[in-house]
Write a protein that binds this ligand. Structure first.
Ligand code: ZN
Ligand code: ZN
Length: 322
């Protein structure tokens, strides 16, 4: 409670003094959109969820300050253009099609979806959902949440999958609402103007993988999407925002023009491959009383909070290049 009060107070003060300043480009990163935010933490990683109602509230706030544009348009705007924002959704959950897309269509807001191509059309869970589901079920959701990212970023995915398979024996994780989009839905979204980007083949954390795996994840996912939608795939989102120097180079070599992180770090020589996004979810902009706070939203959008909170990721020297 004290932390929430402090956050609300700091956010109000920063917004009053315009401390963070008005940024002229903003990219939001969402994951799952649901009718109701799940109150039971066993259901899944809380910070991946936003309700349709809260998504609309956040988009309305953004829309009063920025013009919504597609990623292609955002990347081609001259530096002195009016403030513009893009909205992105990671992982390619089917709820993008069912819950977010109708809202975006109604409001005329362009968006992008970054899909994990090996999961398209399957009922297999994303790897982070599998880790969380197993830990939360056999342990405690709070601790499970704290362990997902360290496990993902320290182990090659093949090793982690062997551990999960062993652990999972007999404990099936099923939930049809958690499935990924299928190719028909992706093709329909593309025809409707939604940008389809890549998020690798299997949600591999690139700095944890071998050169060969990184190449197959990047090139394989781009070719898979292009074969289905019949259009070039120019945009890539790093799984869990994790990148290092080798990942940047591989992303470029694999044919992507733009790549998106989830922190404020940029590589000066490859700024188009380290485009910052802000992850937003149901509770990210709530005040101590549990209400939507325009001041907190403002601090997330203008980056004020990032000044106090460092990035926990190890970018392996990728930030020093110039
Ligand atoms: Zn992801
Ligand atoms: Zn960072």
């Amino acid at each position: 409670m004290f932390r929430k009060l402090l956050k609300s107070g700091v956010a109000w003060g920063l917004q009053q003094t315009h401390f963070g300043g008005q940024s002229s480009r903003f990219v939001a990163a969402y994951h799952r959109t649901v009718d109701e935010f799940p109150r039971d933490p066993d259901s899944g990683i809380p910070s991946l969820y936003i309700s349709v109602k809260m998504l609309e509230r956040q988009l309305d706030w953004i829309g009063r300050r920025f013009r919504f544009v597609s990623l292609d348009e955002l990347m081609s705007l001259p530096p002195d253009a009016a403030p513009a924002a893009a909205v992105t959704f990671d992982d390619g959950y089917v709820d993008f099609y069912r819950q977010a897309f109708p809202l975006l269509k109604r409001k005329g807001i362009p968006a992008a979806v970054f899909v994990v191509t090996d999961l398209v059309g399957t009922t297999e869970w994303q790897i982070h959902d599998r880790i969380y589901g197993l830990l939360a079920r056999s342990w405690r959701p709070g601790l499970a949440h704290a362990l997902v990212d360290p496990l993902l970023s320290t182990m090659p995915q093949a090793t982690l999958l062997r551990v999960i398979e062993h652990w999972q024996s007999g404990a099936a994780l099923t939930d049809p609402d958690r499935r990924s989009l299928n190719w028909d839905e992706i093709a329909e979204l593309h025809r409707a103007g939604i940008t389809i980007g890549s998020h690798t083949r299997t949600h591999a954390i690139l700095p944890a993988e071998s050169k060969e795996t990184v190449w197959s994840e990047l090139r394989g996912s781009r070719l898979a999407i292009e074969a289905r939608i019949g259009a070039p795939v120019r945009h890539f989102a790093y799984p869990c925002g994790q990148f290092n120097g080798a990942a940047l180079k591989a992303v470029e070599d694999a044919g992507y023009h733009f790549a998106y992180t989830i922190c404020a770090h940029r590589n000066r020589a490859h700024s188009h491959l380290t485009i910052p996004r802000k992850v937003l979810w149901e509770n990210s902009c709530l005040d101590a009383a549990g209400s939507f706070s325009p001041s907190i939203m403002g601090c997330h959008v203008d980056g004020s909070f990032d000044l106090f909170k460092g990035c926990e990721m190890n970018h392996g020297g990728a930030l020093c290049w110039s």
